[in-house]
Design a protein around this ligand. Sequence first.
Ligand SMILES: [Zn+2]
Ligand SMILES: [Zn+2]
Length: 365
Amino acid sequence: MRIKAAVATQAQQPFVIEDLNMEPPRRHEVRVRVLGVGICHTDIISKDQQIPVELPAVLGHEGAGIVEAVGEDVTKVKVGDQVVMSYLSCGECPSCNEHAPSYCHQFAPLNFLGRRPDGSAGLSRQDAPVSGRFFGQSSFASHALVDQRNVVKVDIDAQRLPLVGALGCGFQTGAGTIMNALDCQSGDNVVIVGGGAVGMSAVIAASIRGCHTVLIEPNSQRRALAVELGAAAALAPDIPNLKEALSTHLSGGISKLFDTTGIAPAIEQFLPLLAPRATVGLVAAAEADSAIKLDITHLVLTGITVKGILEGDADPDSFIPELIDHIKAGRFPVEKICKTFPLEQINKAIHEQKSAKFVKAVLIP
Ligand SMILES: [Zn+2]
Ligand SMILES: [Zn+2]
């Protein structure tokens, strides 16, 4: 069938709206009518080839929509179901078997090759393949062709369904890091560095958990939003007495430090403020060879843990429905942090997302 998609054709160049051909679903596959898809930093760096996805490609990995067709062996969903799409995992390796699918031993080939394991793409233009299956979904498009392992059935009102696609990556990463990987609890002193979609969803999750949270973020509108969403304070990173200001807000030191920036000096400056037995969570797709300096003796004497975290250590099948419940109960106000744009305005949306108050641009195909 013919679909409409925003195609990444060249690094550093804008996305181009094109009509493409999509194959029918295979036995284990599902075709989803995409109703909303968030834009994530990983989409941009993949278009620009920091992650070398073969171009031309349909990117997009925060899609939500309705199941339109299913292959004959699909058991997880049926036509008409509301779904959020997440990343793909193999379902058979040790990580998948222990409900840690973001550390699937096949994660990179399944999510970044642009092809099925047999080499086919599922998408084409003028008979030439176009890379699909980005994070298993390629949802910057009217339709997505995904393995059934990629979809999570949800139940939410039609108005907010288009906004919840980011539960498949950005919001899952932010909230999952707070709730799963760092297991933040009431009484934790949490510092979140960077108030984008990941950082802001972390602020919301930390508020749900009753933590004492400070966000570090240069954009004043986003700092105000974080306080509205439950942060005790939000500070600009360039104030002259940042460490002193933090110390007054967080007596006893930082128990959970969550960096979303991947900028080494930004992380290192907070290490002396960590409480004994604190945990540092790192989630950013940082520049190649980025490194932070750690004092071994200090780590030993304080029992500090430094942890790399992918997709919030979440198993989408259980965590996305949990977050949907928070949204429906009004505890996770997606409508306050998202702004919608028509798919055709993808390049404008990317530009605006960098500096706006909203943290998640959602494209409506
Ligand atoms: Zn696996
Ligand atoms: Zn992402």
